[in-house]
Write a protein that binds this ligand. Structure first.
Ligand code: HEM
Length: 375
């Protein structure tokens, strides 16, 4: 019996070490979760939000929460709202119809896919390219992308658009509209913004470019700021877009390092114990849990309340309380659903302008999974 326990302890240690030494977390890429908890979490009682007495808001005393008020950034060069109005008038409606038909989880997947596309080589639909003989390791096979979902929605919209107006609507714009529309539906129509269009599709897609460009779930606040700044997005954009973690799911491998017994994290102990249970899997499968324990299918500012209450999955979510500026922005978003919704739309548009391609260096793909001519 003692020998069995010792072996289990060594396996647990190796499990957590291998997690730490590869990527820290599995990104939903299939790492088995660590063994079940041997001892339940104890003592800490987490701070709650909103605080019981209004006089303690904001509790740590920074000045009242505000977003820096800047004029909204203009659309990226070459993009404009209504781009397809004359070329393919039903384009946006066709995408919206395809997105409307998807379930809530797939809609969440589309919001994430748009982000993952734009952060690697710019918004150019490189994330949609499938492996081929000429390019066996495209972005979609990169570790952070193994858990993406929603490709079939893009393909469905593209097929309908190719029937209606062949060769006109880029896969990149379809993905940008789909990310916008998924936000619209998941926010019960409250996040409602116009997405400029006119992007062309790229023809390079490399799995090796995913990890260096997509922030990992164990990122600290400096790494998050730096990785967003590298894409021309500021700290406000970063905090505001993180609100997308109020929808969808995560694989346990993406946060298991924050759970007991290796819980050096500040996660609320009740949530940690619950997640620990949800992640137990007798057959070693990488289970999934909802990101927002409270309103899992609503794109809303509940995420920021969860951050304040230490009820978030990733170290990168918790990190938003570790710098004064990001903490203030978290309070601001928690305090005003409307303002956050508006800023979210603005930041999605800004993200959609990252390194967009033109006719000079891109194409309009016929099928979203393949470049027109193998390169
Ligand atoms: C700030 C840095 C970010 C990090 C470190 C991060 C990391 C992650 C991770 C690890 C997952 C879970 C994947 C899995 O295990 O299945 C996830 C899910 C998700 N992320 Fe992020 N993310 C970040 C920013 C964003 C942004 C900017 C957006 C969109 C605007 C976004 C939207 C989502 C959505 C919607 C899901 C759920 C997807 C689904 O249910 O299929 N994330 N993120």
């Amino acid at each position: 019996m003692a020998a069995k326990l010792a072996i289990l302890a060594v396996l647990a240690l190796l499990g957590s070490l291998s997690c730490q030494t590869t990527y820290g977390y599995g990104y939903g890429g299939g790492n088995p979760p660590p063994p079940p908890p041997s001892n339940p979490p104890t003592s800490r009682s987490p701070p709650t939000y909103p605080p019981s007495s209004p006089s303690t808001y904001p509790p740590t005393g920074p000045s009242p929460p505000t977003y820096p008020q800047a004029a909204p950034s203009p659309p990226a060069a070459g993009l404009r709202v209504g781009y397809y109005d004359d070329k393919c008038p039903r384009a946006e409606a066709i995408v919206r119809r395809a997105v409307r038909g998807a379930d809530a989880g797939v809609k969440a997947g589309l919001v994430r896919m748009f982000f993952h596309d734009c952060f690697v080589r710019g918004c150019d639909a490189s994330v949609l390219l499938k492996p081929t003989e000429a390019n066996p390791q495209p972005e979609m096979l990169g570790i952070p992308n193994l858990s993406l979902r929603g490709f079939e929605v893009i393909d469905k919209a593209k097929a309908a658009l190719e029937k209606k107006c062949p060769g006109i609507v880029s896969c990149t714009d379809i993905l940008a509209f789909a990310g916008r529309d998924a936000s619209y539906f998941l926010s019960s129509y409250a996040i409602d913004f116009k997405m400029p269009a006119g992007r062309y599709d790229g023809n390079v897609s490399l799995a090796s470019e995913t990890l260096p460009n997509l922030p990992p779930p164990f990122a600290d606040v400096k790494q998050l700021k730096d990785m967003f700044a590298a894409k021309g997005l500021d700290t406000v954009d970063m905090v505001v877009l993180s609100g997308a973690h109020s929808i969808g799911r995560s694989h346990c491998s993406s946060f298991s390092g924050r759970l007991p017994p290796s819980n050096t994290s500040d996660m609320d102990p009740t949530l940690a114990a619950k997640l620990k249970g949800d992640c137990v899997s007798p057959n070693g499968a990488d289970n999934t849990v909802m990101q927002d324990y409270k309103t899992p299918n609503e794109l809303d500012n509940q995420y920021y309340l969860n951050v304040l209450n230490h009820k978030v999955l990733f170290a990168s979510d918790a990190a938003l309380l570790k710098a004064t500026d990001t903490m203030r922005l978290v309070y601001a978003a928690a305090a005003s659903q409307k303002l956050w919704q508006y800023k979210f739309g603005e930041a999605m548009v800004k993200m959609g302008g990252i390194e967009v391609k033109t006719a000079a260096n891109g194409e309009i793909r016929k099928m979203c999974g393949f470049v027109n001519k193998a390169y």
